[in-house]
Design a protein around this ligand. Sequence first.
Ligand code: ADP
Ligand code: MG
Length: 447
Amino acid sequence: MENPLQFKDLGLDNRLLKTLAHYDFKKATEIQQQAIPYAIAGKDLLASSKTGSGKTLAFLLPMLHKSLKTKAFSAKDPRGVILVPTRELAKQVYSELRSTLSGLSYNAVLITGGENFNDQVKALRRYPRFIVATPGRLADHLDHRSVFLDGLETLVLDEADRMLDLGFAPQLRRIHKAAKHRRRQTLLFSATLDHDQVNDIAAEMLNEPRSISIGVSNEQHKDITQRFYLCDHLDHKEALLDRILEQEDYRQVIIFTATRADTERLTEKLNERKLKAVALSGSLNQAQRNTIMSQFERAVFKILVTTDVASRGLDISTVTHVINFDMPKHTEEYVHRVGRTGRAGNKGDAVSFVGPKDWDSFKRVERYLRQDLNFDVLEGLEGKFKGLKPRKPVNKGNQGNKGPAKPKVKQSAKKPAKRDKSYYKNVAVGDSVFIPRKKTAPKVDDE
Ligand code: ADP
Ligand code: MG
């Protein structure tokens, strides 16, 4: 506690500074330093900063500060609503809110899909001051008239880009309309501001926002060491994974796969070898998802195998390694996945396997990060695959595919077919479920 004044310098209420003393934070992070004073001054915010940089407190503190300093607009309506894309993230933000609220006599509820609707109605009847929610379920409660937002003072959109990617735009608009009055303050946080839909929503929902962007999302994260391995096929990936888990000193690991089916399959394999792995996927019911996450947080399991359902926001400081068993389909997810490690000043390792199927994604990540990424090799596990020759971008049809690229592409298509048909057959299924491109059914993370 060298310099605890840093938070105080931001103009926060003393009662909040007391709560903050529980955390052992030496100073406010950069995003907190920049965002909090503007938010306290009542400005709308359009903010982005790196993973693990303390965005949660950057919105919780000013929201609570305002509630402590001003009289509520309404005795019944919530004073603050925080929207997040996934149930897991909602739980985490809720628990951070609860600890920040300790000692203050405010109540808060968590409203997400997958939980009993009527229990939530009952909880909402107790007029909670703060709500942490996934947008789909909160919109349902608006329709059901179990909650009203006319008196809402602060609306927070956390991970706004992800909410929009998941197809929540209609629900966000629904919530915005329900709380549309001039004195509402809106704080929008997004991993990137370079996102059309985010800018559209910001234009609709924010009022002369202050734009804050700390670092860029593709900036190299100094606490995360990235490594890449070329792989020939599934068995090769598994052999590499075995070696890494055998050789490296890890505390907890998150492994990302392309599909739900792979999470299950891989988890079984790891457990056969007594590695204490558990699979988390959107196909489980909410009670199961909650149990798994809390077990992983308590380190009952050392390895969590999952899809992009867990790529955003989760903050578990003991995660020393992130392994991309398959590269993500959407480039930004790479940054979010690896951002599950190296949090709050800890060091982390991000390991990615790049097979023929992953090659395009790898090249996109490389361009996005603006780094030349090199490949590492593990002795005895060198593969034959050395990457695909460049071909004309975007045009996926045969048109642009003349010359030398062609045989390589064919070759890559042949191998997986020999190995494990269902594995590749499932790719499309998992992806379309996890990242719906259309506005329909954002079922996975919420409903
Ligand atoms: P983000 O939302 O930017 O990804 P989080 O809000 O989840 O990041 O914070 C990441 C971690 O950093 C959390 O464990 C949080 O408790 C911790 N943290 C937040 N603020 C500070 C601070 N001022 N100093 C040190 N650690 C902090
Ligand atoms: Mg966050």
